[in-house]
Design a protein around this ligand. Sequence first.
Ligand code: XIL
Length: 348
Amino acid sequence: MRWLFILLIPAFVWRAADAPLNPEQDRMTLQQAAPFPIGVAVDVKLLMTDSAYRHTVNQEFSSLTSENALKMNRLLVAPNQYNWTGGDALVDFARQTNKRMHGHTLVWHVAVPNWVQTFQGDSLAWENLLKSHIQTVIRHYKGRVKSWDVVNEAFEADGSLRKTIWLEHLGSDYVARCYQYAHEADPDVLLFYNDFSLDIKPLKAAAVKAMVMEFKRRGIPINGIGLQAHISIYNSDSKFRDCLDDMASTGLQIHISELDIRLNAKKIKDFIVSDVLLQQQQQKYAAIVRAYKSAVPKKQQYGITIWSVGDNDSYLVNDCKCPDAPLLFDTGYKKKLAYKGLMGALRQ
Ligand code: XIL
């Protein structure tokens, strides 16, 4: 009997190390595990054509952000002429699958249609153009899109207003008016300000916070702040946490709105994605969730949105043309260690 016991021990230890600790946990999806909405940026073409992509989106996430489909350059194709095809397809999908829809973004200097870039008109004509865009889009999606990134990336790293076409033609108070126009079009929709690198650019973070506080004083409607969080495995956890804490002190909803974690921070062309780096990424995804849970009060947790599904879909990889693997799923939509890191911290 004793011999049998001794013989069985190694087999038991081997099985325990290999098998999932808890099969229930293994079957759980991110949206089931998360105590707040967990979102993903969606590309409409992939959603419509790739069933593995669509399955992953549907299975794992409870909130969707339009990666590009609701940007001005996609919608406002010519003066007063809108192309709603892509946006409607995504918003319909969100509705059918019962997901929260976050609209991104109404005012962004990068997504300006060519015809607007060469638009000729006085400041009133420019004002009307932007006002009409904001209100037309918000009204079109009224009741179907829960929240909007109204203005995206309006500040420079030094905290000054970015020198965009909108600042040039509309003047320094244009951001506030964008929020007023949005609220006029749908008083129920939640309005976010969205920007990047707030954790590592203190002057920019201070400017965003000052703007929000000023809006509150003046009664300008604003409901939330989006921290994009296109970070790398080398970003500081404590700085990120402090930034969340600082932004949450405004009392607004806090959305980690575009999370991805690069391994190849220096954009090296012949970079090798190693297991060690993927493990560091796993830790970093977990650290971001822990920071969010501890720094942002529950009632202000709007959620965490990942900026794309599989590594191949990431705009970072496509833009850089250098090897990287910033997301939760690999190029075949298999779960990476990053997924495990996020899942573990969500469940903690
Ligand atoms: C990016 C998309 O992911 C790309 O597909 C597109 O070519 C350019 O825009 N900050 C933002 C997002 O607010 O809108 C950007 O999305 C990524 C950086």
